[in-house]
Design a protein around this ligand. Structure first.
Ligand code: ZN
Length: 244
């Protein structure tokens, strides 16, 4: 087949290192868990996946990695402030000019790249873990392929409205929590040449990344967010960021 989709899963990788309870849930790290299920779902071998973490050299994303990433997945929570501002600008440029897909998950709503790329504070209403229904409000969309009318999670951290985001291009999922809160839990955006999908589940103390439908949504999202136009005759460059 043609070029593989080069996926980089970035995780701050702090909770799993310092908190036993989190490491018990995600012994490979959240990024390792995501890599494992994406590879399981990738039955046709279309993905080429690598891992990156905050403690890695160049915070896991030197130019050589970032410029060869088609889709960047992002999980961060307690170390948002440690992410280098110059790196954030390079990520933004890869999305806007290079067409790189960007998939911020869960608490990445407060990450620097999310806020910079979307131009928002990313703030939301927050509450204790509770039962969640994620309603599929856009059946037929590539990201909701194979997803039933709702995904039920035994326990997730409550994220509620108002969620301070720009109006999504497409709203794919709306969540309901058992205490009555609602949340726009799956949103797509286009910024420059790049596609962005935010998805809410994934608290480090919950097991949502083991849910088969959460996994399917993220797999679908990787394929949707991948650049599908590798030629740019006007600028005589390719969409993967290198001049030809
Ligand atoms: Zn959380």
């Amino acid at each position: 087949m043609a070029n593989k989709i080069r996926v980089t899963i970035w995780n701050e990788y702090v909770h799993e290192v310092y908190e036993d309870a989190v490491r018990e849930i995600y012994p490979l790290g959240i990024h390792g868990c995501i890599k494992e299920f994406l590879e399981k779902l990738d039955v046709n071998g279309e993905l080429e996946i690598r891992l990156a973490a905050l403690a890695d050299p160049d915070q896991g994303l030197p130019d050589e990695v970032l410029n060869n990433t088609d889709v960047l997945m992002w999980w961060g929570h307690c170390a948002h402030h440690e992410v280098d501002d110059g790196l954030v600008q390079r990520i933004k440029a890869r999305v806007y000019d290079g067409g790189m897909g960007f998939i911020p998950m869960h608490s990445a709503h407060m990450s620097k790249p999310f806020r910079e790329i979307l131009g928002t504070s990313g703030k939301l209403l927050w509450g204790e873990d509770q039962h969640e229904f994620i309603w599929n409000v856009r059946p037929g969309h590539p990201i909701t392929a194979g997803i039933p009318e709702h995904i039920e999670l035994d326990k997730e951290e409550m994220y509620g409205e108002p969620f301070m985001i720009p109006q999504p291009d497409e709203l794919l999922f709306i969540s309901w929590f058992e205490q009555g809160y609602v949340f726009r839990s799956g949103c797509t955006y286009h910024r420059g040449r790049g596609k962005i999908f935010y998805f809410q589940p994934g608290h480090e103390y919950c097991r949502s990344f083991y849910n088969e439908y959460v996994q399917r949504v993220l797999y679908n999202a990787v394929k949707w967010a991948a650049p599908n136009d590798f030629g740019c005759p006007m600028h005589n460059c390719d969409m993967r960021g290198s001049l030809v």
